[in-house]
Design a protein around this ligand. Sequence first.
Ligand code: NAD
Length: 321
Amino acid sequence: MIIVPEKEIAGLLTRADAFEAVEKVFASMSKGSAYNFPVIREAIGYEDALYGFKGGFDKSGMALGLKAGGYWPHNLEKHGEINHQSTVFLFDPDTGKVKAMVGGNLLTALRTAAASSVSIKHLARKDAKVMGMVGAGHQATFQLRAALEQRNFEKVIGWNYHPEMLPNIEKVASEAGVPFEAVPLEGLVEADVVISITSTFAPTIMADHIAPGTHIACMGTDTKGKQEVEASLLARATVFTDEVAQSISIGEAQHAIASGLIAQSDVHELGAVINGTHPGRTRADEITLFDGTGVGLQDLAVAASIVDLAVEKGVATIVDF
Ligand code: NAD
């Protein structure tokens, strides 16, 4: 078994590699050659932790396995460890034998940022100039860094529930040489692309905060009950997702579906746009909305893309198992 430790991931996986792996696996899912297994997520009744498994099989990429992990809210204060903890396990699809164990924390941030970036590449207007951010936590910095590579953005505007966290994303914008401005939520109408990546259970982005022609990537809602945008925005938008089953049950679309504002058939796979079987954006004034719920196959794709490289570079440990 090949072990790739968490501390080596930064030196192995570039944003471009993560983007390519995620774009390929979304395409594969839409062709029916890759599928995710049902997600297991449990409150374990200890340390207030949420723990679970996201797995799948990609026959085109020959990636089989799972990501195990979750959220330990007291890690940072008690143990100096980050609250999100995960590990990816890959198995040989020919034999079922375990192939690799890969640190999953940075992988999660890079594959999540790659997902919204893939949506921006395929759905945002080519002339997008203003990038809007809602959220300024751990994931937001990765999201913004990757998004800024997708269009010639001239300005970043941002809002966060905890305004004291805004310097996190201002720093990313300034490192990319793009000016940053903090705005009220109403100021988001200026944005051509918006990413929301927060852990809120009540919508903060209202339908009239988003101008016609905007592409919005909703990345924070990955659990039943969470909600970042007003459900009526989904009725005004053309809605895309990584996986329809997750979008309507644990993603942003769960609320619009429950209130009858949209039907399951209104939620389209981003993979279909990548494969050319859905036209994607068809008008400059269309609002496109990507509901990025986060699927196990994204984790497997990025993990599988670095295992051989880790061995080549001598940073992996090989154990006889
Ligand atoms: P974090 O704790 O570092 O940041 C949380 C963010 O949410 C901050 O911007 C905070 O100000 C904001 N927030 C908290 N309470 C809020 C409220 N009541 N209203 C509005 N905003 C509020 O978390 P993170 O690691 O950056 O993760 C953000 C979200 O993304 C979480 O919900 C997480 O589960 C989700 N996530 C999704 C994926 C995916 O694949 N879609 C992957 C990883 C994380």
